[in-house]
Design a protein around this ligand. Structure first.
Ligand SMILES: Nc1ncnc2c1ncn2[C@@H]1O[C@H](COP(=O)(O)OP(=O)(O)OP(=O)(O)O)[C@@H](O)[C@H]1O
Length: 286
């Protein structure tokens, strides 16, 4: 990952889309942002993003609540509004790139009550390619089985998704993200609420995915995960007031950019403590 100066003036999203176009070169970065801003209802929630993420890099996305981590991940999928700057994902626009991206949204955004089996949940990861009404076919079924095997859940494939433990559901959603063999994975706090065993399993899996050369952006508050599984860190800081968008506070290889000073800078109005492996924060005014 290289950090470049914010040399590109913001352009209209439509112009950025046209620029992204179909001229993708395999050597191009997987994600290229130039002064990018994302938000909702016309209001920027994260802005000033200028960076390149290259194939095989695993980025830990760290920042206080509300700094825009989820908004950035959603922006890369075309699900949050692109409000300025240039955005290129897999050589094209986020919306067009979406099919090539595996995602794991935050646990609280999922509907675990749906009457579907784990196998059906994982198969949903193929519907963007297949279309929802097309049968999976033998290749699709084999991909679903392989993804379930990979996350250690082959034995519970037929169980109703909502009956699985939180850790199993999380691994199931990761299988859904992996089933289409994506080049880019966007994982939003995949370790939240996991017990030690599930956390270790996921950490090991992340290491394997990294070794395979996949590009991954993973938001986390867990520094041990950042240090063990990631090659780079992007620190986001919240705006100084509620009206201001979050913005980058540090960016680079883990060994250089993930320091206590940098984390304190990102969590600027909070007291930061690093326990065994987690960033714990409290408001200075508390
Ligand atoms: N769908 C939405 N519509 C409007 N505002 C939103 C929406 N989702 C998030 N926001 C707002 O955008 C800001 C950034 O939120 P976001 O969820 O991206 O932060 P985050 O860094 O991921 O936080 P957390 O660590 O709590 O998940 C917050 O002020 C939040 O209230």
């Amino acid at each position: 990952m290289t950090q470049t100066p914010d040399e590109c003036t913001a352009v209209e999203p439509a112009a950025a889309d046209a620029a992204a176009g179909s001229t993708a070169d395999p050597a191009d970065p997987i994600v290229r942002l130039r002064g990018a801003a994302f938000g909702y209802a016309g209001r920027g929630r994260v802005a000033g993003l200028t960076l390149d993420i290259h194939a095989g890099e695993v980025i830990a996305l760290i920042g206080p609540n509300g700094s825009g981590k989820s908004t950035l991940l959603r922006g890369l999928l075309g699900l949050a509004e692109h409000l300025g700057g240039q955005v290129q994902v897999l050589g094209t626009t986020p919306t067009r790139a979406r099919q090539g991206i595996g995602t794991l949204p935050q646990a609280d955004t999922r509907d675990a009550g749906l009457p579907v089996s784990l196998r059906q949940v994982v198969a949903m990861g193929l519907y963007r390619e297949l279309g929802p009404l097309r049968p999976l076919g033998s290749a699709g079924r084999a991909a679903v089985s392989a993804a379930l095997q990979r996350v250690g859940l082959a034995g519970v494939a037929g169980r109703r998704f909502g009956e699985l433990s939180g850790g199993q559901q999380q691994r199931g959603i990761l299988a859904r993200a992996l089933v289409s063999n994506p080049r880019l994975l966007l994982l939003d706090e995949p370790f939240n609420g996991l017990d030690r065993e599930n956390r270790d399993t996921l950490l090991e899996l992340l290491g394997e995915l990294r070794a395979e050369g996949r590009t991954i952006i993973v938001s986390t508050h867990d520094l041990e995960i950042a240090q063990k599984a990631c090659t780079h860190v992007l620190l986001l800081s919240a705006g100084h007031s509620h009206d201001q968008p979050g913005h980058p506070a540090g960016f680079g290889p883990i060994g250089e950019a993930l320091t206590l000073e940098a984390v304190e800078h990102a969590f600027h109005d909070m007291t930061v403590e690093l326990d065994e492996h987690t960033v714990t924060t409290s408001r200075e005014t508390e």
